[in-house]
Design a protein around this ligand. Structure first.
Ligand code: FAD
Length: 569
């Protein structure tokens, strides 16, 4: 007898797998058989909230009220969980409130418990869940003729499914780590950075990934104490007298500080609807205009919220707005600005009042995810060159405790930042360590040797060739993401200027963007341009071209709903 159950595989059980599981369990479909493959033993926590991505000192950059509900709220979980779980973090139901950020490892335990609650719910509803813990998926084979997908996993296992959702998440490729003394390709897992260091070390990057590394390295080489002003002092440990960290970033800027968000989930009812986006595309030779998105999903939102700011920006182009916002940041010492923004954010949190332009920039970044695949190559280049540098600085939302540590380290002469421009280069030294070559603000060429180097540029957008499930590549069941130039002349000029991502196809020019092609519902798209009804992807590093923003848990919640709608239909 034919099994009429719909068989669905979730590959990876981090936050994306968890949200997808929740959607399926709550979908109202009962003839479901869900198999979950996770290479770790812990379900739900994924990379950032497990020991793969955090030590005890690492915290989320969102607070309880900003986290989409899974089964129980964080507050409820904190009230009910065994005190031993909270004790290492000095958290009690009394001193916790929903506006606080959380230790990432504790958040991972919360996610793990949510997974268990969902499993119980599924069981009650008659939904079968099969868990494959500690099992790595090695390949995926599409079988269009059978309308099935085969999942191959460790130990020569192979199983067939109706739908597969790829939720394999973060990947930090290793190039030199382990081969070059003192070289770290990423700061993860952070336990590896618990090192005693008595020399200056280089950090590439200055955003949240860099701050993760800084917090671990600082603890291994000194300690923080609370001073009379409520801020922190840093004292180096004996044997770490020469310990010093130097961040290197293109523009020499630090990320902005977390403040009170008026709308905690980056959703906004005034954003463009899919119909309005569609209309703009059809009026615009098949391309969505970046200026239109900037006008409607950013500037117009200020009309009601901050009319004064609206009047200030209403006639600005994207370039003018970015120049204005960046100019302000570039003219101040980054640590002085951090201190100012820290104070501004404290007020915002105390008064529960947002800093609208920053919040709405985060909304814009989130909103641009869906339509990014409809931009012309020209607009994508503008987005990458002009808007993304500002967005990445502003929406990192550095938590207050991280801020206090950065300020204390800088004050103690243990942390600095240098601008290295667009053309910096990291040379590997034969006898270990690196030499950083860059042109500084003074236009002088610098070459500085470091015995220790930690690459903290954040999760890279991975290329099409890096896609891990090779049978899908071989069968051309997935295809590279690319955007057409609106004007062939522009494409030709960009190609001539040396941009290796530009390719000519017949009479048109295309810009290759990172990762594989997807449609609006996260279905993979084959080389013929046809979306798959069987294979979906939520692993953001592999879809970075068509889904450029990494909005964490909000993304997992939104993408899982779109996928569910396709599976249900
Ligand atoms: C350091 C860091 C901190 C972050 N902090 C925040 C934050 O505070 N707030 C926020 O909203 N977002 C944050 N983010 C964004 C973050 O990406 C998401 O919150 C979330 O981790 C994404 O979940 P995911 O399930 O897609 O990926 P992951 O968390 O990477 O989970 C993927 C899972 O798949 C498993 N897996 C991978 N490959 C295989 C395979 N072949 N077979 C079987 N299993 C596999 C992994 O073991 C893992 O459990 C952070 C990101 C990083 C890198």
């Amino acid at each position: 007898m034919k099994d009429t159950k719909k068989r669905i595989a979730l590959l990876g059980a981090g936050p994306s797998g968890l949200f997808m599981y929740k959607r399926l369990v709550e979908s109202g479909i009962s003839n479901l058989e869900i198999e979950i493959f996770e290479r770790k033993q812990q379900l739900g926590a994924g990379m950032p909230y497990s020991v793969e991505g955090a030590n005890r000192e690492h915290i989320t950059n969102v607070s309880g009220n900003e986290i989409p509900t899974i089964v129980t709220s964080i507050q409820q979980w904190i009230n009910e969980v065994d005190g031993n779980v909270l004790e290492p973090y000095n958290i009690t139901p009394k001193n916790f409130n929903d506006y606080k950020v959380l230790p990432r490892l504790l958040f991972g335990t919360y996610l793990e418990d949510q997974f268990k609650l969902l499993q119980a719910k599924a069981k009650k509803l008659g939904i079968t869940t099969v868990l494959h813990k500690g099992i790595e998926v090695t390949d995926i084979v599409d079988k269009p003729e059978l309308d099935q997908v085969l999942v191959e996993f460790e130990g020569s296992g192979i199983e067939a499914f109706d739908h597969v959702v790829i939720c394999t998440g973060h990947n930090w490729p290793k190039t030199n780590e382990g081969k070059v003394d003192g070289y770290f390709d990423s700061p993860y897992p952070p336990a590896k950075l618990a090192l005693k260091i008595n020399h200056p070390l280089a950090i590439r990057g200055s955003s949240l990934t860099a701050i993760d590394a800084i917090r671990t390295l600082a603890r291994s080489n000194g300690s923080f104490t609370l001073n009379k002003t409520g801020m922190l002092d840093f004292e180096p440990a004996k044997g770490s007298e020469d310990f010093r960290m130097v961040m290197h970033s293109r523009n020499g800027l630090l990320p902005a500080v977390r403040f009170h968000l008026e709308d905690s989930h980056l959703q906004n009812n005034s954003l463009l609807t899919p119909d309005e986006i569609e209309q703009n595309i059809s009026k615009n030779d098949g391309f969505l205009s970046l200026d239109f998105i900037f006008e409607k999903d950013f500037k117009d939102l200020f009309k009601g919220k901050d009319p004064e700011f609206y009047a200030y920006i209403k006639d600005m182009t994207i370039e003018e707005f970015v120049d204005d916002a960046m100019g302000f940041r570039e003219n101040l010492n980054p640590f002085a600005l951090l201190r100012l923004e820290y104070e501004e954010a404290e007020k915002s949190i105390k008064r529960h009042k947002s800093i609208y332009w920053k919040e709405l920039l985060a909304v814009l970044s989130f909103a641009m995810n869906y339509p990014a695949k409809y931009f012309s190559a020209e607009d994508m280049l503008r987005l990458q060159k002009v808007l993304m540098p500002l967005i990445s600085v502003v929406i990192a939302f550095v938590p207050q405790t991280s801020c206090r540590e950065l300020l204390a380290l800088h004050h103690a002469g243990r942390l600095d930042i240098v601008a290295v421009g667009q053309e910096s280069d990291v040379e590997i030294n034969d006898n270990g360590g690196i030499t950083y070559h860059f042109t500084g603000d003074d236009s002088q060429h610098n070459s500085v040797r470091y015995k220790t180097f930690v690459d903290c540029v954040g999760q890279p957008h991975l290329a099409y060739e890096d896609f891990p499930f090779k049978s899908l590549l071989d069968a051309k069941a997935v295809s590279p993401a690319k955007l057409r130039f609106r004007s062939a002349d522009n494409g030709k000029t960009t190609l001539k200027s040396g941009n290796k991502k530009v390719k000519k196809e017949v009479d048109d020019y295309y810009l290759e963007v990172p990762g594989i092609s997807i449609n609006d519902n996260f279905q993979v798209v084959n080389l013929q341009g046809k979306e798959s009804d069987r294979i979906f992807i939520m692993a953001v590093p592999y879809i970075g071209g068509f889904n450029p923003d990494y909005s964490g848990l909000d993304f997992s919640e939104a993408a899982s709903l779109k996928i569910l709608n396709v599976i249900c239909n």
